[in-house]
Design a protein around this ligand. Structure first.
Ligand SMILES: Nc1ncnc2c1ncn2[C@@H]1O[C@H](COP(=O)(O)OP(=O)(O)OP(=O)(O)O)[C@@H](O)[C@H]1O
Length: 269
């Protein structure tokens, strides 16, 4: 088990936003956390890496690779974040500083976490760009010179730069058109196959859940109402909320040929 969340609650003063949530992720799996807007998915994700807004307080236990995250000294959290634990957000624009080039963004991650030489850092960054299908010409560009899909690819490349054990992907396709969104998930799936990282995939889009997830937890109003294997939840949802979410989900097919070879069979539902 790579991540174990036990009785996690998040409060704002007396007001409870997440209520005693427990879940665990196995190494290498693609775990989807599904629920409508405002159900608490992002707060749960933020709690893992001590990224909650300062007005909110988490209690309970979050064990990540055997270490308790709640109450962990911030220097240790910083060391884990970016290396063992990485985030990719819906708001990829917010991950970039407008006046710094893509190369400077990569270099900062590598300087923070490695002792590599400048030349080695540049090589690693260029390889990372190439691995997400981007031309090395983008290396010296500013974020504003890239499209939304390209920037989200860069943020995935940065998140995977140091081969994290857990990648938290929070609504990573929401700000993209559907073709770019599918390409981003296809990219994540192939990177996961290469690196074996665990993915906590936060979404409200059941099409992506159907295609990629292995296990699912369903969140409603700060609680997990149901969790289990993808097939169990999709074929036999027990909770009325899950049944409604699945019934109301769009059924548009994902275009043929979007998955890298070898993934089609594994991901058929
Ligand atoms: N800093 C904050 N202070 C007070 N309430 C907050 C804060 N951040 C989030 N909330 C509230 O907590 C609840 C859960 O928010 P959260 O962002 O986790 O939902 P979500 O499921 O990720 O939604 P979405 O799919 O829209 O991103 C919401 O009611 C939200 O308004």
């Amino acid at each position: 088990m790579i991540l174990s969340i036990d009785q996690l609650s998040v409060r704002k003063g007396e007001h409870t936003l997440i209520q005693q949530v427990s879940l665990s992720l196995q190494k290498g799996e693609w775990y989807a956390l599904v629920g409508q807007s405002g159900s608490g998915k992002t707060l749960l994700a933020q709690s893992i890496g001590q990224m909650l807004p300062p007005n909110l307080k988490a209690s309970g236990h979050i064990q990540f690779m055997g270490e308790e995250m709640l109450g962990m000294p911030s220097a240790r959290v910083r060391a884990l974040r970016g290396r063992s634990l990485s985030y990719v957000f819906q708001d990829y624009q917010g991950s970039f500083t407008p006046f710094r080039t893509i190369s400077q963004h990569f270099d900062e991650v590598l300087r923070t976490h490695t002792a590599s030489s400048a030349r080695a850092r540049q090589e690693q960054a260029l390889e990372a760009l190439e691995s997400v299908g981007l031309d090395e010409g983008l290396y010296s560009c500013y974020p504003s010179q890239l499209s939304g899909g390209q920037l989200q690819r860069v943020s995935i490349a940065m998140a995977l730069l140091l081969s994290p054990d857990l990648l938290i992907a929070d609504e990573v396709t929401t700000a993209l058109d559907s073709v770019s969104g599918h390409r981003i998930l296809q990219l994540l799936a192939s990177k996961q196959q290469q690196t074996g990282c665990t993915i906590l995939f936060i979404t409200h889009d059941w099409r992506h859940v159907k295609r990629y997830a292995e296990r699912i937890a369903v969140m409603k109003a700060g609680e997990i109402v149901e969790s289990g294997s993808k097939h169990r939840i999709l074929d036999h949802p027990k909770h009325p909320y899950t049944q409604r979410l699945i019934q109301n989900s769009p059924t548009l097919p994902i275009p043929e040929g979007f998955l890298p070879s070898g993934l089609e069979e594994a991901n058929k539902v």
